[in-house]
Design a protein around this ligand. Structure first.
Ligand SMILES: Nc1ncnc2c1ncn2[C@@H]1O[C@H](COP(=O)(O)OP(=O)(O)OP(=O)(O)O)[C@@H](O)[C@H]1O
Ligand SMILES: [Mg+2]
Length: 1045
């Protein structure tokens, strides 16, 4: 924020500060007298007022005080749009208006939570009542409402026409002059909505009921009733339409008003009564009373020959008794007689003519006055806040509105004017108290350098009137109560005796020649703050006594009209104590009012009357000057100019504006004064703009404050953001803590569960181990509880292990070692398994393979453990033939014809004699075998003739086919060698069905040579295979050992 310049840059917006805006908006004069160049000049002051008044600018400020000049014409400045213009806008930012003051007061109430009051002062006809109505209207329209409050707003507004009808009258100064004082409290709830209201009324000018000065009228309601009431109503009330027929309405000789229509106002009042909540019955009773006052006025008396007084208007009395709801003869009696109590005895004595007239008038005044009080009470009931709101404890704040009769000087001033002007003196005192004196005292206590402004303090006049024992009111009371002959003149003399020499008190006797000339002997003059007023003492005592004869009171309290029976209480008649005098009552109620006002924050509206003729556009300078003077506006301005526009306690100032400075935001922990100093330095206040007192900061110019306010307004989103952020942070942290806590709870629950489960498992494991150990110890015992688990476990483990490690093929002979208990079962299982495997194996075997197997089985039967080369042969498959088809001579095949060669193998044939080796092919058919030398079949051996087959036990391939001896065709046994001797011999033995004829000789084989001779083949082990003729003529076969392991 750039603060020093004429422009303030707030968030990129450029706003004009107050002064430049002022001139742009309002070129006529200055809208705040504080800005007046020549602030000491009364002429300049009045000229400013005049110029503005000429332009219909009726409002001007002196600081926070609103000066209002009565325009005497309707101005277009009170519309809803205008209200909206002033809502929430800073006081000085926009042209002066009663709405600005209303809004400012309202906002001060809301933000500072302090009760406020608006004091409207000015002389009669200056516009006080109008101003108060405008303020009420503003609140009724702009404040937030709900249904209940909407009706409350309406009632608030409607209370005005009713009170005005009964309490206002036309006077010489004002066609609608308030003849009572009114202080109205409006209560607002914590949301700022009006929730209730209460009215205090002060001293109604009752004398007007029976007497009016020339050119004045009685209270409006009488004329409104006669003009507006319909014929039926008037008939019921026995009234005639013409006001001239009523004595109480003709005194001022002014039955009609040009400015207002009684007829229209009647309608308004009747409607308002119903809005406020008056029932038709209430209204009827009220009108009965109003009518009865008129009838009372017309009640006439005559004087008998013996000086007794009697009533000449009998019908009036009948009507009157009917309307008042009292007994006619009792009323008649009471109006013409008085009751005296002497020595405990009651006596009735007739009244003189004058006494009867004054008793009648006293009754009229009492009836009207008390009815008015009842009316205010009734309105208060209707405006009272709803119980629950009142007792809800939610802070309610109050704005008080004081509209009280203005200072008035008439041709003939009496007790009423005395009271009215006394009241104005008191208000002036309050004004001085709250603004001038307290302002100056405050500068002193705060230690701010200050040039004292002289002003007239009217305390001396207040004291003159109200001081105990010495004041006018005390003297008046004393005179009323003093036994013996007292009269108004003796009162005047007493005043002269006591107050003679007082600078503000003059009587004809005390005055100098010049004054004496303009004063009558029955007058005393008071030099009020607002001017000199001569009061005629005639009627002072009576009016102060305000007494109604006891028997009239008795009659009235028997009335069957509830309003009257409420107003005239029986206790009053019984109670012998004298009530307080009127002036003292008034004084006391004013003291209370002052207390109420002092407890609130005041705002002022100072009303000025521009002319006495009630004319628009006329500005009577002399009249205005007089008002400016006695309202103390010049002093007000001087104090304002010399002083500071705004002050706040350090804590309040710091509290409000601390967000504008980083050092003071969010909290300042040092001394308050230092905090404020830091803050204003940061804001760039110039030294002449402010001063720091002992507990308050004083800001000289409003614009300084407004610029600061603007900056605060612009800062608010940031503050909101900061608050939001920290709130969210807090919320998230809380959420996190909650989640964390939950996680810990879950975690510990889970861990607990896991630990319990583990402990259980351990326990179980330990138990198991224990059982196993015990079982192990008892393992050799019979199956018993101690070892059952162990043994079962061993069994189970064995079986489980077995299942995993079962032999997978028939050749695999492995088998786990069973525990002793399962030896038998294991054996069964093993066998079963083997059988199963064999079965499976067999199912899988192909015919080819089966043949092979069968041959192998036969080979095994023949050779196993018999011949060295057998183990080696097991793994080698037997082939279908060792000769290819083409290796066998076609000729041989043809020779064999149908006997198909089933197997062929190359062999070496050894001659039986010389053992010469000759390569041959041995071909096997189904029924015989042939030895073939290339294409020639050398020998055919029938299987049936085959005697046996001999084979050596070594690893050689020698074998002998033994032929029958007797067969001469045969040349003996055939000695052969074949590399596949096991395969060949097996196949041959099988084909020839000579399996059992295979002979395996370990050492030598004998074979038959032709003609009974025998050959021998010797077998010996050697390093290598060798077949040769041995030394003994044997065939010697050397065969190597084959390592079979
Ligand atoms: N703001 C205004 N706009 C138009 N007319 C106004 C305004 N203020 C006052 N008047 C006129 O002046 C008359 C007198 O005003 P008002 O009744 O408010 O005076 P007052 O100060 O209450 O006098 P009193 O002390 O006699 O009650 C009103 O009836 C009205 O005609
Ligand atoms: Mg008024």
């Amino acid at each position: 924020m750039r603060y020093q310049g004429r422009e303030v840059d707030v968030e990129g917006r450029v706003r004009l500060v107050m002064e430049s805006a002022l001139t742009a908006r309002d070129r006529v004069g200055v809208q705040d007298f504080v800005l007046l160049e020549n602030y000491n000049s009364e002429a300049a002051f009045i000229e400013n007022l005049r110029r503005r008044f000429g332009e219909n600018l009726i409002y001007t400020y002196i600081g926070s005080v609103l000066v209002s000049v009565n325009p005497y014409k309707e101005l277009e400045i009170y519309s809803k749009q205008q209200m909206d213009r002033y809502r929430g806008v800073s006081f000085y930012e926009i042209s002066p208006h009663i709405y600005a003051l209303s809004d400012n007061t309202y906002r001060a109430m809301r933000t500072e939570r302090k009760d406020q009051c608006i004091l409207i002062s000015g002389e009669s006809g200056a516009g006080k009542t109008e101003a108060s109505k405008k303020i009420l209207l503003y609140y009724a329209v702009t404040c937030p409402t709900n249904d209940h409050m909407a009706t409350l707003g309406e009632r608030l507004l409607q209370s005005n026409p009713v009170l005005e009808a009964f309490g206002n009258a036309k006077t010489l100064r004002n066609d609608n002059s308030s003849r009572f004082g009114k202080y109205m409290d409006v209560q607002f709830d914590f949301r700022g909505a009006p929730v209730g209201s209460h009215i205090l009324n002060y001293l109604l000018e009752k004398s007007r009921v029976v007497h009016q000065n020339h050119g004045e009228r009685n209270f409006h309601i009488f004329y409104q009733l006669l003009d507006g009431g319909d014929d039926d109503l008037l008939t019921t009330l026995d009234l005639e339409r013409n006001p001239q027929n009523y004595h109480y309405l003709v005194k001022g000789n002014c039955p009609r008003l040009s400015s207002v229509s009684d007829k229209n106002n009647w309608k308004v009042v009747i409607k308002a009564l119903s809005v406020i909540g008056f029932t038709e019955e209430d209204v009827q009773k009220l009108l009965n009373i109003i009518a009865s006052v008129l009838h009372l006025g017309n009640t006439q008396f005559g004087e008998g020959e013996e000086g007794e007084t009697y009533i000449t208007t009998e019908t009036q009395i009948t009507n009157l008794a009917k309307l008042l709801g009292v007994d006619g003869s009792a009323l008649r009696e009471a109006l013409t007689h008085k009751k005296l109590t002497a020595k405990g005895e009651e006596m009735i004595s007739p009244l003189s003519f004058e006494q009867a007239v004054s008793a009648r008038d006293a009754l009229a005044k009492a009836v009207y006055g008390r009815t008015f009080t009842w009316l205010v009470e009734k309105i208060n009931q209707s405006l009272a806040p709803k119980e629950e709101i009142y007792h809800s404890g939610k802070a309610c704040s109050v704005i008080g509105l004081l509209d009280i009769y203005g200072f008035e000087v008439l041709q003939h001033n009496s007790f009423e004017q005395f009271c009215i002007n006394y009241c104005n003196e008191k208000l002036q005192q309050l004004f001085i108290e709250l603004t001038l004196r307290s302002e100056q005292e405050e500068y002193e206590t705060e230690g701010i350098a200050w040039e004292t402004v002289q002003y007239f303090d009217n305390k001396i006049i207040c004291d003159l009137i109200e001081e105990k024992h010495k004041g006018i009111i005390s003297i008046l009371d004393e005179e009323c109560l003093r036994p013996g002959e007292t009269c108004d003149v003796s009162f005047l003399e007493k005043l002269e005796d006591t107050l003679g020499g007082h600078p503000h008190f003059v009587t004809h006797k005390l005055a100098n020649g010049k004054t004496r000339r303009v004063m009558s002997r029955e007058e005393f003059r008071l030099l009020h703050y607002a001017g000199e007023v001569n009061y005629n003492v005639n009627g002072f005592l009576d009016k102060n006594n305000d007494s109604l004869s006891r028997n009239l009171k008795e009659v009235m309290c028997q009335s069957d009209n509830q309003i009257l029976s409420h107003c005239f209480r029986r206790e009053e008649v019984i109670d012998q104590k004298r009530p307080e005098m009127a002036a003292t009552q008034f004084k006391n109620s004013l003291t209370k009012l002052m207390e109420i006002l002092m407890s609130k924050e005041p705002s002022y509206v100072r009303c000025i009357k521009p002319n006495d003729a009630k004319q628009p556009g006329r500005f009577d300078e002399v009249l205005v000057r007089h008002q400016v003077k006695y309202l103390g506006l010049m002093e007000n301005l001087r104090v304002r100019r010399a002083g500071f526009a705004y002050r706040r306690r350090f804590e309040a100032f710091l509290q409000r504006y601390k967000p504008l400075c980083p050092e003071t935001w969010p909290n300042w922990h040092g001394r308050l004064a230092d905090g404020v100093s830091t803050l204003v330095n940061h804001l760039g206040y110039k030294p002449e703009e402010y001063k720091l007192g002992r507990s308050k900061i004083f800001i000289r110019f409003p614009k300084t404050l407004f610029t600061t306010e603007d900056a605060l307004e612009a800062k608010k989103p940031d503050i909101a953001l900061a608050l939001q952020t920290s709130w969210r942070g807090y919320r998230e942290r809380a959420k996190y803590q909650r989640i964390r806590h939950a996680v810990i709870v879950i975690q510990s629950g889970w861990r607990g569960m896991k630990a319990r489960r583990r402990a259980r498992r351990r326990r179980q494991a330990a138990e198991l181990i224990r059982r196993l150990i015990k079982g192990f110890i008892y393992r050799h015992e019979e199956y018993c509880p101690e070892n059952e688990y162990f043994l079962d476990h061993i069994r189970f483990s064995f079986l489980k292990n077995l299942r995993k490690n079962l032999p997978t093929n028939v050749l695999d002979k492995s088998w786990p070692v069973p525990p002793p208990l399962l030896v038998e079962a294991s054996e069964h299982l093993r066998r079963l398994n083997m059988r199963n495997m064999v079965m499976k194996y067999c199912r899988r075997v192909q015919p080819e393979w089966k043949k092979q197997m069968m041959q192998k089985v036969v080979a095994s039967e023949i050779f196993k453990d018999q011949k060295d080369s057998y183990p080696q042969s097991v793994g080698r498959l037997f082939l279908d033939s060792r000769l290819e088809r083409e290796q066998i001579s076609l000729k041989v095949v043809q020779t064999l014809g149908n006997d198909k060669v089933q197997y062929g193998v190359p062999v070496v044939k050894y001659d039986r004699r010389g053992f010469k080796p000759r390569p041959r092919q041995l071909l096997l058919t189904n029924t015989f075998a042939v030895l073939v030398d290339r294409t020639k079949i050398k020998q055919k051996i029938d299987y049936s003739a085959l005697r046996g087959i001999s084979v050596g036990s070594l690893s050689d391939g020698m074998f002998v086919l033994h032929m029958p001896n007797e067969d001469t065709k045969q040349k003996g046994d055939v000695v052969l060698h074949c590399n596949h001797v096991i395969e060949l011999v097996t196949k041959l033995a099988m084909m020839a069905s000579k399996v059992n004829y295979v002979n395996i000789s370990p050492g030598s084989i004998r074979f038959a040579v032709a003609r009974g001779k025998e050959g021998i083949i010797d077998f010996i082990r050697g390093s290598e295979l060798k077949v040769a003729k041995g030394k003994r003529g044997h065939l010697l076969v050397t065969a190597p050992r084959i390592n079979n392991t």
